[in-house]
Design a protein around this ligand. Structure first.
Ligand code: ADP
Length: 436
């Protein structure tokens, strides 16, 4: 923490992003999460003497949050000369359990199970779930005289080998003299640079084959399948299953985009009913309705339109996060803003539906009389007339409202959702030529 009574502080101007990225992360690739984040950092570095005023307050799992000194003291009570530390940001499966137990046996020591619970990589299992699972595992499957579970409030930097070294140093400060380095330690995925630091551990190949979190989610949790007991202890499997319900109970956002009068609201209303019939909880965020409360007062300038879309996106993200279905029906004319919303929600849970109705058709329909007004110049910046509409480059679904009725189109979306597991469909049924 930086002292509020400022000691002489040195400002270093114009730090070199490329130099720091290369040295710390070995990469300039923007797909590296920290390299991407660096672009949002300011131009100044601050340095100076640090003084601890107050440690951050944590309200969760307080009994497991130990300072380095507390950790060393607790480890000392076990009475072993050797302490093996295991850093992790993932749930522990049987293979990890085995690995940590063997390492502990090998050095005849005690295990410091030391998961990091700061910010991890997007897509990682949240720490509340993980810690519940660690607790269940530590309590049920380890010799209580050989394990200390403590949490490390450290954000992952995804710096690979350098981070492994740093993690080892931190554990040494917590009283460990051995440190297990697993597969792709702190690796940000495909872009990390593999260094010999990963070490020739026998367990590595095994880890590589069986510890893929993505595989666990896709092949088991998303499909509502229980993780087999040879792979994961039942207590851990149950905790993971609670947080990761099967796909048909996970959240999803169906984002309609298209010109005014294209048929977004009409189709969205039919889809809402169909999804309710299939047992999903649905919130419909209709652009026109949203503008009467959530976005009341916003106009139609580019900035206001973006604000409107971002607000809808924010609410949709919350709904999806809590396993609901959010149907959003707003013109949302700008591609970049729609992509921002997609990123906010997570592409796997975002279904962009392009209602591809030609302008002439929308103008003929002119249900709200808006096109006529825009043509007469009574309203300005009307999408399709004097403000651009940017069609999506790769929407998940494209609909034609000239040759298909709203119901047919809604069923096409339902079908798409069924295929992707978001809706449970009775198999083999056909309606209007569409398998539902
Ligand atoms: P938006 O929400 O895109 O502004 P609306 O759904 O409010 O569009 O309006 C679309 C209008 O077009 C409605 O009056 C609807 O009855 C009419 N319409 C005609 N054919 C279709 C179709 N196949 N799909 C959707 N709407 C259609």
């Amino acid at each position: 923490m930086i002292s509020s009574s400022w000691q002489p502080v040195r400002f270093h101007h114009a730090w070199e992003l490329a130099e720091v990225a290369q040295k710390a992360f070995g990469s300039l690739d923007l797909r590296h999460p920290l390299v991407a984040e660096m672009h949002r950092w300011g131009t100044l570095h601050i340095s100076g003497k640090l003084q601890v005023l107050q440690l951050p307050k944590h309200y969760d799992f307080q009994g497991l949050r130990l300072t380095p000194a507390q950790t060393r003291a607790r480890l000392g009570e076990f009475g072993y000369a050797n302490v093996v530390a295991f850093q992790t940001r993932n749930p522990l499966h049987r293979v990890h359990e085995e690995l940590t137990k063997r390492a502990t046996q090998e050095v005849d020591g005690v295990l410091l199970l030391h998961p990091s619970v700061g910010m991890t990589k997007p897509g990682d299992v949240d720490h509340y779930t993980r810690v519940r699972a660690y607790k269940a595992l530590a309590a049920g499957y380890y010799d209580p005289n050989r394990i200390l579970l403590a949490l490390l409030p450290l954000a992952m930097r995804m710096a690979g080998p350098r981070e492994a070294l740093w993690h080892a140093l931190i554990r040494r400060n917590h009283g460990a003299n051995h440190f297990i380095v697993g597969r792709d330690h702190a690796g940000p995925g495909n872009d990390s640079t593999g260094q010999p630091f990963y070490g020739p551990y026998d367990a590595q190949e095994l880890l590589q084959r069986y510890s893929s979190g993505t595989q666990v989610r896709e092949q088991y949790l998303n499909q509502g399948r229980t993780l087999p007991p040879w792979f994961t202890r039942p207590e851990v499997a149950e905790i993971l299953a609670e947080t990761y319900p099967p796909r048909h109970r996970q959240g999803v956002c169906i984002w309609f985009t298209g010109l005014s009068g294209a048929g977004k609201s009409t189709t969205a209303e039919v889809l809402t009913v169909l999804l309710l019939e299939h047992g999903r909880q649905v919130t419909l965020l209709d652009g026109d309705v949203v503008r009467t409360h959530l976005s009341k007062g916003l106009g139609f300038s580019k900035e206001d339109r973006n604000t409107n879309i971002r607000r809808i996106g924010f609410v949709a993200a919350e709904i999806v996060q809590h396993d609901g279905v959010a149907i959003c029906a707003a013109v949302s004319p700008y591609r970049a803003t729609r992509n921002d919303v997609r990123n906010l929600i997570g592409s796997e849970h975002f279904v962009e539906v392009f209602i591809d109705t030609p302008l002439e058709v929308c103008e003929t329909r002119d249900t709200k009389g808006m096109y006529a007004k825009a043509r007469r110049g009574e309203i300005k910046d009307f999408t399709g007339i004097d403000d651009p509409y940017e069609p999506p480059a790769q929407p998940e679904v494209t609909l034609d409202t000239v040759t298909h009725t709203p119901e047919e189109n809604a069923r096409l979306i339902l079908h798409y959702l069924g295929q992707h597991g978001f809706v449970r469909m009775p198999t083999g049924m056909m309606q209007n030529g569409i398998k539902i």
